[in-house]
Design a protein around this ligand. Structure first.
Ligand SMILES: [Fe+2]
Ligand SMILES: [Fe+2]
Length: 169
């Protein structure tokens, strides 16, 4: 039985990101099912596939963040989570399932928070600076539209009463 369900509430409106997140949900459910099945080798098979997918998932977002100078805290969170996943892999291989069970319990909540927090902010930023994740390029903008390509997570608002404005006025 699936513990984590894909719902529209998890969508961030960025197709490639949402597709990767749907795959995350599928992988997670295979891991949760394998845990219930109680066979350690079957669990490790599902777990390794989940970790490999999560590495690619995070690397994809990290590349997008680099392209648009996004704040580093999101990348740091990815690294922390991967460190936990790798540590748990070692424990399971040594016969210790305790943290694996905790992880399977906690991941749905973590995923919901991460997807609706850091990932939603990234999706919004990529779209607001016109970065096309499919081509890795910035869409040409109309004159005066949007803020700079490297605004780094700012809210697109800035003062216009600058010395340069005074010099021209
Ligand atoms: Fe994500
Ligand atoms: Fe993320």
């Amino acid at each position: 039985m699936a513990i984590l369900m894909w719902t529209r509430q998890l969508e961030n409106g960025l197709e490639r990101m949402d597709a990767t997140h749907r795959e995350f949900v599928e992988h997670y459910n295979l891991v949760a099912d394998a845990l219930k099945g109680g066979d350690r080798d079957a669990f490790l098979g599902a777990y390794d596939a989940f970790v490999a997918h999560t590495e690619a998932h995070f690397a994809q977002e990290n590349r997008w963040m680099e392209a648009v100078d996004f704040p580093a805290c999101h990348r740091g969170e990815h690294e922390r989570v991967l460190a936990v996943l790798r540590d748990i892999r070692k424990r399971v291989a040594n016969g210790d399932m305790f943290l694996a069970r905790r992880l399977v319990e906690e991941l749905p909540m973590w995923f919901d928070g991460h997807t609706n927090g850091m990932d939603a902010a990234l999706a919004f930023h990529l779209q607001s600076v016109g970065y096309d994740v499919e081509t890795g390029t910035f869409k040409p903008k109309a004159e005066g539209e949007g803020c700079g390509e490297s605004s780094g997570g700012c809210a697109c608002a800035t003062l216009t009463a600058t010395p340069e404005a005074a010099a021209h006025g």
